[in-house]
Ligand binder design. Structure first.
Ligand code: ZN
Length: 191
């Protein structure tokens, strides 16, 4: 068996490979917030949220969570991810990837429109992504964003998540908490 094939029945191996792959692909990328956290912190958080939400029973979703931004933000290709991690994983990653040919506004609208028809695995990853994004927007917002823009971001995330509900109540609860606590924190109300 080649070392570079997804290994049926060896999810830990695929998990470690995906983590290493994503860490290398995103090596020069940081979060946009004032703390400029390494991007891999976002990926590990999304993977953990998905792993907990599925009680560690769906390695495809967790591996896709680690890889969810590779197609969008790095030079990784669909074929490369398919070859290394298999067809099921790459399909979820593709579903969580914005089409860069669209304008930013179109992409934001498309996320809202596409959410309800996403596969269950993609819904999980998208939901966890929004939890992570709202948490870091509250804890470490971009320095040059006025409050109104941060609030708009929260409202947009809420609109996307509306179409993702029904697949995992636990993740929805975490999202709702991140939304309410984050908005309170941004508005200086304390939580
Ligand atoms: Zn992400």
């Amino acid at each position: 068996m080649s070392l570079h094939q997804p290994q049926q029945g060896a999810p830990l191996l695929d998990f470690a490979r995906a983590l290493d792959f994503a860490a290398h692909k995103h090596i020069d990328q940081r979060r946009k917030g004032v703390r400029a956290e390494p991007y891999v912190n976002h990926l590990s958080e999304v993977a953990l949220l998905v792993a907990e939400a599925t009680e560690g029973k769906d390695s495809v979703s967790v591996i896709a969570a680690l890889l969810h931004d590779t197609l969008e933000d790095t030079d990784a290709s669909y074929e490369e991810i398919e070859r290394l991690f298999g067809e099921e994983v790459v399909r979820v990653v593709a579903e969580t990837t914005d089409d860069k040919r669209m304008s930013k506004a179109e992409r934001k609208q498309h996320q809202i429109d596409a959410a309800p028809t996403a596969s269950n695995r993609a819904k999980l990853v998208k939901l966890a992504d929004k939890v992570s994004n709202l948490r870091s927007m509250a804890a470490s917002p971009p320095a040059d964003w006025p409050l109104s823009r941060k609030i708009e971001y929260f409202e947009w995330a809420f609109a996307v998540v509306k179409g993702l509900r029904g697949v995992n109540p636990r993740l929805e609860t975490l999202f709702d908490r991140a939304y309410h606590d984050g908005l309170a924190e941004l508005r200086g109300e304390g939580v």
